[in-house]
Ligand binder design. Structure first.
Ligand code: LMR
Length: 388
């Protein structure tokens, strides 16, 4: 019966990993998948992660099951990082296989509770739409970012939110917008919260790059102001980038609710969705994060290393913006954008030409992972772009 299946295309982002690996040119440059790289081109393991892993090796006494909710101590510590220690809000969380797992559980939960539509600002991370569709939700797209002018289309976003119906969900990027790097001000977050509350929408906030924009606190300031203003919200958290745990698949989904009883009911639903999908989340990454966040010395060292990564990305951003604005004046705005990504105004044909002729890899959307560049590569890459 397998001949009834049609061959599926590779995921375009993940396929870049294989294409890049196969390219034997020594000067090739990977601006594709969103992983952090240092000045040597490596994706390092945080010192604090190594230390927490060593401690685990010595002290962990069993590999027995924990349960579909995952580790409560990981969930508590991570939530403090996201929401602060004194939120005064009822919350319940479930540990998930990465941020994608959190988004999928959230989408299944929404569908199960009768939500039919989710508003999605475009462009977005391509897997958002795929996950929501797979869960049976209808995507209501609206334009969020204009590539030629590098502007966040806030008025269009407001129009879309005002046009939504009570009971619709809305996907929001907490910060470090993927793929555009476009920034919402705190004032804009307040406006969004006001509409979400007034129109009875349910926000699902995707937080995948905490610490990679302006700082650990700054990157959740908008999210925190929204959580303080709305009765209910879902927050999908990824520990992949912030703790460099990519392949360990470490994340969480949280529900903020009007009462603790309601939050606990949401948790029981999330746990039962997990049970029929993958049963229980992988433990290792969460145990490492917990080990770091429970140890003041490791936590301080993790923050120092993260600060260094953010500073490196910001410096490369400035250099790219300064170089590229001679050809595209609007790209001066890249300097003020945040996170790993920006979107260049390139055609698919130009992206493929850069790949074929110069071994510069990026998705055909024109998104670049700024963290994929070494300082010493910036000038050469800028000249390649400008010569297109
Ligand atoms: C990306 O957007 O490149 C990352 O989030 C990796 C992924 O899973 O797509």
């Amino acid at each position: 019966m397998f001949d009834m299946l049609a061959r599926q295309p590779d995921d375009p982002l993940l396929a870049l990993i294989g294409l890049f690996r196969k390219d034997e040119r020594p000067g090739k440059i990977d601006l594709g998948v969103g992983v952090y790289r240092d000045e040597t081109g490596a994706t390092p393991i945080f010192r604090a992660v190594k230390a927490a892993e060593k401690a685990l090796l010595e002290t962990q006494e069993t590999k027995s099951y924990i349960g579909p909710e995952g580790d409560a101590a990981y969930l508590d510590r991570l939530w403090s990082l996201v929401a602060g220690t004194e939120t005064g809000r009822a919350v319940a969380g479930v540990q998930t296989p990465g941020g994608s797992g959190a988004l999928r559980l959230a989408a299944d939960l929404l569908h199960g509770m009768g939500v039919r539509r989710i508003l999605l600002g475009l462009p977005s991370w391509p897997n958002h739409a795929s996950i929501f569709k797979a869960a049976g939700l209808e995507i209501v797209p609206y334009p969020f970012f204009d590539i030629p002018s590098q502007a966040v289309l806030f008025n269009r976003m407001i129009e879309a939110l005002e046009g939504a119906g009570a009971g619709d969900a809305v996907l929001l990027h907490a910060s470090c917008h993927n793929p555009s790097g476009g920034v919402l001000t705190l004032e804009q977050w307040r406006e969004i919260a006001e509409i979400v509350e007034r129109r009875g929408l349910l926000p699902l906030i995707d937080l995948a790059y905490q610490g990679f924009g302006r700082g650990l606190e700054e990157d959740v300031a908008g999210l925190r102001s929204l959580l303080a203003a709305v009765p209910e919200a879902l927050v999908a958290v990824s520990s992949s980038k912030s703790f460099g745990l990519y392949r360990e698949r470490t994340g969480a989904i949280y529900a903020v609710a009007r009462t603790q009883a309601l939050a606990d009911t949401v948790r029981s639903n999330l746990a039962s969705l997990a049970r029929i999908s993958y049963s229980m989340p992988p433990d290792h990454g969460a145990a490492v994060v917990r080990g770091i966040l429970e140890d003041d010395t490791l936590k301080a060292d993790w923050m120092r290393e993260l600060d260094g990564m953010r500073a490196r990305i910001r410096a490369i951003r400035q250099a790219l913006a300064a170089g590229l604005k001679s050809r595209w004046p609007a790209l001066a705005a890249m300097a003020g954008q945040e996170g790993m990504f920006s979107l260049l105004p390139l055609s698919e044909e130009q992206v493929l030409r850069l790949r074929a002729d110069h071994g510069i890899y990026m998705p055909t959307s024109g998104r670049i992972n700024i963290a994929g560049l070494k300082t010493s590569d910036v000038d050469a890459v800028v000249s390649r772009f400008i010569a297109l």
